[in-house]
Design a protein around this ligand. Structure first.
Ligand code: BES
Ligand code: MN
Ligand code: MN
Length: 455
């Protein structure tokens, strides 16, 4: 392990340069114009893994983007880890809000700015470099590793569950390891044991069959935007609880131990609100900001449009109103259940002057992982070795739906050892990844591999 740690130390700049090369490929999975770039990122990664001496490197096709597979099997009697990450990235828009070009990475004050630097190319690359440090520092790995890197995470991982089902034997491992989450704070180590799920829908209300003059018809024709705005406003009550029938039926409540732990975390609500640029928080009644953002289900309108939104004024009574709405789910809510409850709610409340169109866009399950497994203990010890303090066990409000499938399909627990920060601006302009955290991540993974190999 020590040789691997010193190898990283001596070659860190080279690791950063290689990551920069990887980040130059604009692998935006949601944009068909970037299909070639997404595939180029897969090839780049496969070539890189091959050059390191990984075994059985393969670009495994799916009906969508491929999964890059690689393994290195040292000894069947040693533990095996399955590392997951994603090489696709979010679109960089809005471009004019970036201080430097999203696919022309720059290092400023120790932070590497580029789309995907934190989510998730930089974080998956920590695993690749940790293995390299073992290969080159001590000629081998302490345990067996299998890697799956997918290119469709940011568009819902549609083909990954089937890939897991089709490759159960190939992917057999003792535990899955994922670095695609955040630290609790800068220099504050944490391991994530909970993720939220997601249910994403689009609704459309249609009144008249065409846009009308609001002077000639207004007063006798109901306006779809007015009607939809009211329906959306009514989705929360005065306690900021979601009003959809049965929304909370399957919510696994926070245990009293969890609530005590949450309350003891080094979290400053005022500072957090200030950083967000809001004047005050608004949580579901009875819950803290931390609970509200990680362990309670939510509903948010993500976008609303219709009618006239150009410059100046146009007196129109629009024919249609649209909204995109998503819910963050917690165990044991399912996206199917919540989507159908949302649909029933919208049907029930559609005024008899309107027609409703309801579309299910995508969804995924949340997850809670075993906090006491050998792999968790090894991860905790590894991070303590790097940060000088034991990591906190935290829940995250984001979603990585495949984690629940690792359990359901492969029977594997997952360790979520992520090194992002909420301030890394993932999915936003000026996404960054601190090089200190790139380093802490590699070192933590090196230590984890060594410690877990002895469990
Ligand atoms: N890495 C994120 C999820 C995440 C972010 C977890 C921060 C914990 C902390 C992932 O790439 C992501 O963006 N997931 C999407 C869901 C997906 C189904 C499109 C999300 O959470 O919105
Ligand atoms: Mn991610
Ligand atoms: Mn993401």
């Amino acid at each position: 392990m020590n040789q691997a740690l010193s190898y990283t130390d001596a070659h860190f700049n080279q690791y950063v340069d290689e990551l920069i090369e990887f980040l130059r490929i604009p692998s935006v999975s949601t944009d068909p114009d970037h299909a070639g770039d997404v595939r180029a990122a897969a090839s780049w990664l496969a070539d890189h893994l091959n050059a390191l001496g990984m075994q059985n490197v393969d670009i495994m096709e799916t009906p969508g983007y491929p999964i890059v597979y690689a393994e290195y099997m040292v000894d069947p009697s040693k533990p095996t880890i399955l590392v997951y990450g994603h090489y696709d990235v979010q679109p960089p828009d809005p471009l004019d809000l970036w201080d430097s070009a999203p696919f022309d990475p720059v290092v400023k004050n120790g932070d590497l700015y580029a789309r995907g630097s934190c989510d998730d190319k930089g974080q998956l690359f920590m695993h690749v470099k940790a293995a390299e440090s073992f290969f080159k520092g001590s000629n081998s790995l302490p345990l067996n590793v299998k890697y799956i890197f997918e290119g469709e995470e940011e568009v819902g991982s549609a083909h990954l569950p089937q890939f897991l089902k089709d490759n159960r034997e190939l992917l057999k491992a003792d535990v899955a390891v994922v670095s695609d989450t955040a630290l609790f704070g800068s220099g504050v180590p944490s391991i994530t044991y909970g993720l939220r799920g997601l249910a994403y829908v689009e609704v459309m209300l249609e009144g008249p069959d065409r846009d009308l003059h609001s002077g000639v018809y207004g007063g006798a024709i109901e306006n779809p935007i007015n009607a939809l705005a009211k329906m959306i406003a009514d989705l929360h009550d005065e306690d900021h609880r979601v009003t959809i029938d049965g929304f909370y039926d399957n919510v696994l409540p926070l245990t009293s131990e969890e609530r005590t732990t949450f309350a003891s975390l080094p979290f400053d609500t005022d500072e957090w609100v200030h950083d967000v640029g809001a004047s005050k928080p608004r949580t579901e009644k009875g819950y803290s900001v931390l609970e509200g953002t990680t362990a309670r289900p939510t509903l948010d309108c993500n976008g609303i449009w219709g009618g006239f939104t150009g410059k100046g004024a146009k007196t129109v009574l629009p024919a249609r109103a649209y909204a995109k709405i998503s819910c963050r789910l917690v165990p044991n809510q399912t996206p199917e259940e919540i989507t159908s409850k949302l649909e029933a709610h919208f049907k029930k409340h559609t005024p008899d002057t309107m027609r409703l169109t309801f579309k299910d866009l995508h969804g995924g399950m949340g997850a809670l992982v075993d906090t006491k497994s050998d792999a968790m203990m090894a991860a905790s010890e590894a991070m303590e070795g790097v940060f000088g303090q034991k990591p906190y066990m935290v829940r995250s409000g984001g979603s990585i739906p495949i984690v629940s499938d690792f359990k359901k399909i492969l029977g594997q627990e997952t360790v979520l050892m992520g090194f992002g920060l909420d301030s890394d601006a993932i999915h936003s302009p000026n996404e960054k990844f601190g090089l200190d955290r790139f380093r802490q991540g590699i070192d933590s993974i090196v230590r984890f591999m060594d410690i877990y190999s002895k469990k």
